[in-house]
Design a protein around this ligand. Sequence first.
Ligand code: SF4
Ligand code: SF4
Length: 367
Amino acid sequence: MKTLKDYAGDINKCSKCGLCQSVCPVYKETGNDCAVSRGKFVMLDGVLKGDLKLNKTINKYLDLCLKCGKCKDFCPSDIDVCKIFETAKYEYMKKSFHGKILWLLESKYVFSSIVKVLGRVQKLLNSGWRKHKNAVCSKASPAATVPKLVYFKGCVNNVYPEVENALKKVLSHYEVELIEKDFECCGLPFLSSGNLERFEEVKKYNLELLEGDFDYILTDCASCEDTLRDYGLHKVINIADFIAQNPKKFIFKKPVKITFHKPCHLKDIRFLQRILNMCENVEYIEMEGFDNCCGFAGEFAVKNNEISRAIGKKKAQNIVQTEAAYVLSLCPSCVLGLHQGFIANGNFKHPKIKNLIEFLALADEIN
Ligand code: SF4
Ligand code: SF4
C-alpha cells in the first residue's frame, strides 16, 4: 500500500493553475480553496515538509470533498487526486480515535449485519410486498450457449430490492444466464472513510468470487461499476450499456416525459440515446446541468449536510423545470441525493425518482 510520502512527486505536479475550481461542486458552492484539490495539495505539501500536522483540521478539509473525480478528469497535470486524498485520510484515520470506532463499524461482520438489519426493517415497514415477487429467472436454458453475466448486486439492493427485481424482470426477456454470488460491498464507502485495509480485504474477497468463466460482470450502479474497474477488472458492464448493446423495444401505452441525472461515477452515457430510440411514447427532456453532482456522496451528506443540501437544491430546481414525470439515474446514492434535493427545495410533490432499469421494467410491453 502506498504512503502519502510516495505521492510527494504527484502532489508537486500541481501547477496551482486553479482549473479544478471550475468543475468542483463544493468549491462552486463554498468558494473555499481548501474544498478543491489545489488547496488540499497545498496543505498536504505542508504536511510532507513538516510545516503542518495531519490533524483534525486537515481531516475536516479532506472530508470537504464529494469524491466525484471531476477535478481528476479535468486536471491538466493528470494527478490521481482521489488516490492521494484516500491515502491522506487513511494516515489520519489510523491514528485517530474516531477512525478506530468507524473502522470497527465497517468491519466485515458489523457492516454486513447493519445491511441485513436495514433490509429486514425495510421489508417489515413495507409489509413484505418488496420481497422478490417480481424477480423472474432468465429464460435461457442452462444448456444453451448464452452470455454468462455475473450479477454484482450492490449493498443497497439488500435494503431496496426494487432495482434488482426490475433488472431481473427486464433480463427475463433476454437469452442470458444470470449468475448470483455472495459478494461483499464493492468497497467504495471504505475508500471514502480512508479504510484502505478494509477496501483491500473486500477487493480480495470479491476477486476470488470472480474467478471462473463468465462474459461480463453486470452492475446496476455506476459507483459499483467504477470501483470494480478500479480493481483492475475489464469485463464490467452496467445494465444500461448492456441493453444499449442488445436492443429491445420498450413500449409504454401512455406518453411519458422523463429526464436523466448523470451520476459522477458514470463515465459514458452513450447508452442514453440508444435506449431512448428503443422506447415508444417516451419523451426525454434534458435538464440544465444534467451532469452536475447531486451533492450526496454518502458520508459527505452527513458531515457537510448544509453544503450537500444546497447542491441538491439546485439540482432539484433544474429537474422541476423539465416538468418530467420521472427523473432517472443509475446510482442508489444519487437517488437519495435527488430526494434530499427535492426536500431542500420544498418540492414535496416531485417527479418520481427511479433507476433507469426500474423505469424500463415499467414498460407495458418488452419485445
Ligand atoms: S487542475 Fe490540477 S494542476 Fe491545476 S490546480 Fe487543480 S490539481 Fe493543481
Ligand atoms: S473530487 Fe469532486 S468534490 Fe472533491 S475536490 Fe475534486 S471536484 Fe471537488
